[in-house]
Ligand binder design. Structure first.
Ligand SMILES: O=C(O)CCC(=O)C(=O)O
Ligand SMILES: [Fe+2]
Length: 358
């Protein structure tokens, strides 16, 4: 029997995350397409999270990207450090374990205090932006060897594939809202997105026992329009429910977790939610937890587009809550605006700190 287009990925008393058969949107008849789009929109409006299956990205393509990611992280530390993440404007390159603490805080002293109390995230990451952006070259290992060339080829191709899925999911949101299916195309076709490879090294249960606040990635929301998240089967991702419980977003094979992010919440006049999430000790009891790998593809509207409330998300009864905003505003302009524009990720730099603003 055919599976339903919409079922449940996560079902707790405080949080429901739908599992959507995306092929029903892409190639279903008119009615199926519309009802699937509405279910996608409802998921973003209620949980801020959905899971997608039959999303169109080939299993092999994802698998090979995970393999290349693991190969990259196995490189000697000194080699990875040559590719290190430099500035928030570039937002490209490698961040070593202990460098980053993910948080929504924006005040330097608050971040410092939180870091001292909770410890840093137990992870390393590699960020890859749109290739060819002037003044912001990606940090490729292709200069080192043949494996580095393979890595570059794979990541560029995966970046491109995910860019297309972003456009399709935005199209589903448009249809769900009753707009033209291509409404968002010209907002998202630039591919100003960031592919982030994540490696959470093997860690002993003791580490979490000794520090009740220890996490693999701290609680935060994402910045842009949405994030396509590919996770392995290790577990540990949690989503904050409206009532304040952390709920496991358990891995489901052959699915992608998609969460709406801050700018889409703003763009939708807060009708769509950007929900907090984090990565903690996996629920399975173990003395030593194996490494966890995930791939987050952070999607953004094109940097040069003006983002003002989406038609249909505001009315006389529900006026616009935010001014329109241009992504190309300067950092100081950004900081003087409201905090929702800012994804502050504290970067621990030998006792100093820095905020990452995407
Ligand atoms: O690794 C994960 O599952 C989540 C990562 C994440 O939320 C992020 O990097 O923004
Ligand atoms: Fe995130």
């Amino acid at each position: 029997m055919a599976e339903a287009a919409v079922s449940s990925a996560v079902s707790s008393k405080s949080l429901e995350i739908p599992l959507i058969d995306f092929s029903s949107f892409v190639s279903g008849d008119e009615v199926t397409r519309r009802t699937t789009a509405q279910a996608i929109l409802r998921g973003f409006q209620s949980a801020g999270f959905i899971y997608l299956r039959n999303h169109g990205i080939l299993r092999d393509h994802i698998q090979t990207t995970f393999v290349e990611s693991a190969k990259f992280f196995r490189r000697p530390q000194a080699v990875k450090d040559k590719l290190c993440w430099t500035t928030p404007e570039a937002n490209r390159g490698y961040s070593q374990p202990g460098r980053e603490k993910t948080t929504d805080l924006t005040d330097a002293a608050d971040i410092e205090a939180k870091r001292a109390e909770e410890g840093v995230d137990l992870k390393e990451s590699m960020e890859i932006g749109r290739e060819g952006e002037p003044n912001h070259p990606n940090q490729w290992p292709d200069q080192f060897d043949k494996d580095g060339k393979e890595f570059k080829k794979q990541m560029l191709s995966f970046h491109d594939t995910c860019k297309d899925l972003h456009i399709q999911v935005m199209s589903a949101i448009a249809v769900g809202l009753g707009l033209d299916e291509h409404f968002f195309d010209s907002f998202c076709d630039g591919g100003d997105n960031t592919l982030r490879l994540l490696h959470y090294p093997e860690v002993s249960h003791d580490v979490f026992l000794k520090n009740e606040y220890q996490v693999r990635a701290g609680a935060h929301t994402d910045y842009g329009s949405m994030t396509l998240l590919f996770q392995d089967n290790a577990g540990g991702l949690q989503v904050l429910s409206p009532s304040g419980d952390w709920v496991n977003a358990t891995p489901i094979e052959n699915t992608i977790v998609v969460n709406a992010a801050d700018l889409l919440a703003r763009w939708s006049n807060d009708t769509i939610k950007s929900t907090k999430h984090r990565v903690v000790e996996p629920p399975a009891r173990a003395d030593t937890h194996p490494a966890r790998y995930s791939i987050a593809y952070f999607c953004n509207p094109n940097f040069d587009r003006y983002i003002d409330a989406i038609p249909g998300t505001y009315s006389e009864e529900r006026p616009k809550r935010y001014q329109g905003v241009n992504r190309s505003v300067s950092l100081s302009q950004l900081l003087s605006m409201d905090a929702i524009l800012i994804q502050a990720v504290a970067i621990i730099l030998r006792g100093g700190w820095q905020q990452r603003i995407e």
